[in-house]
Design a protein around this ligand. Structure first.
Ligand code: SF4
Length: 456
């Protein structure tokens, strides 16, 4: 009964009728940007945070301190946030036995035990999940596995499906394309996504996987910079990991300055899911990460070089007024922000959801850049879609949105062929689920790359 009352009041808050805890103008140490969208205290849907005022919630320190990490914390968070009775699943009959909170927690623990990714979730992300209907929630599906929803791995998939380690001339640098390289600066992220391509290295060890972490280290970075400096064909660097949000501000400044000082490097991007999963950090004037990034971007502009932020939204529900304010700040400061979405079954594999996501990104002045077919990585067969899904989405969405806002729908080819337009397949046998691609510009262009649809 207590819980029912709490959830009723939380639902009212989430509908924006309650404005408790919001500061009056001028009180906040956060940037205040006028905006027409409501500023509902959406995190107060979580009973643990029902009294947390906006100033506290927006603090990055508070976000870090209240991040849920590991199975023990997740289990106790779930026990606190879930209703006693769980509504039945609509889409997956294998979840029908999950009727109560205890059933749900038990199934999650089974899922986590089998997963290649450990658990880490920010308060922002935990606050946008509909805990009254957790089996169907698209954000929950991305981060919290249920043992009963897991499917057997496809026999053709591998841990490092994109063969990144084979394409690394020095540890921590993937150099596959002639002019572009991927600098893996850290192996830590603000959240851990179930479907991460780099599950072989990102995050803590799990019950099923020991990883090779890429910790920020002077020696490792020096070898990476040395390779970049002696390779004039390289003009473009992606600084990723892990997630650039987990680089110290001084590391962002250092990497940025060093890359800008290399004459043949014309552009680079910091890859971070931070804007999607902990957007208040962008607004937190007590945190130096954003200023470090903007400083590098300004420095780049003076040199005629572009510094961008590549972020990662998968569902419109991940976007709140905090996200919009953070994106607006970056837009006003002139930072180029692009988004890469991963196509995931039961999350964003329908036209309405994907269209809404693209439009909302565009309205935040975030360029919808890529929609990726799910990679063939371990433990997430339940989230992969057949190639046909991405082809259908592209076909239906093209023409309904301005061409310059239309993302490229791509497959990152297993085996290291790079990103190819999904529609550029050479063959696609829909019965066997096998599609083939070629990449004439990569490694001599002789290889035929195969992508396999999930078997169910
Ligand atoms: S934020 Fe990116 S690197 Fe980190 S777990 Fe998610 S997909 Fe992987």
């Amino acid at each position: 009964m207590m819980l029912a009352t709490r959830f009723l009041s939380a639902r009212i808050i989430s509908q924006g009728r309650v404005r408790a805890g919001l500061p009056s103008p001028g009180q906040s140490r956060f940037l205040t940007i006028s905006h027409s969208h409501g500023r509902d205290a959406y995190w107060q849907i979580v009973p643990l945070w029902k009294d947390v005022p906006v100033g506290q919630f927006l603090s990055y320190r508070w976000q870090i301190a209240n991040t849920v990490q590991g199975t023990n914390m997740l289990s106790s968070f779930l026990s606190n946030v879930l209703p006693q009775n769980i509504p039945p699943p609509i889409s997956n009959p294998r979840l029908l036995h999950i009727e109560t909170r205890d059933d749900f927690v038990k199934d999650v623990l089974n899922g986590v035990a089998a997963a290649p990714m450990s658990i880490r979730l920010t308060p922002h992300t935990l606050s946008v999940i509909d805990w009254e209907n957790p089996l169907e929630d698209p954000v929950r599906r991305q981060f919290i596995p249920l043992g009963s929803s897991l499917l057997s791995d496809h026999p053709k998939l591998s841990l490092d499906s994109l063969h990144e380690e084979a394409d690394s001339p020095v540890p921590g640098l993937v150099h596959r394309y002639p002019d572009k390289a991927l600098f893996l600066a850290t192996s830590v992220c603000p959240v851990y996504c179930r479907f991460c391509t780099r599950s072989y290295a990102v995050g803590a060890n799990t019950d099923t996987l020991s990883k090779q972490p890429q910790k920020p280290s002077r020696r490792r970075w020096d070898a990476i910079f040395a390779h970049i400096e002696k390779t004039p064909a390289l003009t473009d660097i992606v600084v990723s990991g892990g997630d650039s949000y987990y680089l110290l501000p001084e590391h962002v400044a250092e990497i940025g300055s060093r890359l800008l000082s290399i004459p043949h490097i014309r552009r680079f991007r910091f890859a971070s899911k931070g804007l999607a999963v902990s957007p208040s950090r962008i607004l937190d004037r007590n945190d130096a990460w954003t200023d470090a990034l903007l400083g590098v971007s300004s420095q780049g502009k003076r040199l005629g070089k572009q510094v961008a932020l590549h972020t990662h939204f998968n569902h419109p529900n991940e976007i709140t007024w905090v996200t919009r304010q953070a994106a607006q700040l970056l837009f006003e400061k002139g930072l180029v922000v692009r988004n890469q979405t991963v196509l995931l079954r039961g999350v964003n594999d329908d036209v309405a959801t994907m269209s809404s996501l693209i439009r909302q990104l565009a309205d935040m002045n975030i360029q919808p850049y890529y929609v990726y077919q799910g990679d063939m990585v371990r433990g997430v067969e339940d989230l992969r879609t057949p190639l046909q899904t991405i082809l259908d989405l592209e076909q239906h969405i093209r023409g309904t949105i301005s061409g310059f806002l239309m993302p490229s729908f791509v497959v990152d080819l297993p085996g290291g062929g790079g990103k190819r337009l999904a529609a550029s397949y050479q063959t696609y046998d829909r019965d066997s689920g096998v599609s083939t691609f070629i990449a004439p510009g990569i490694k001599g262009g002789q290889t035929v790359y195969e992508y396999y649809d999930p078997e169910v």
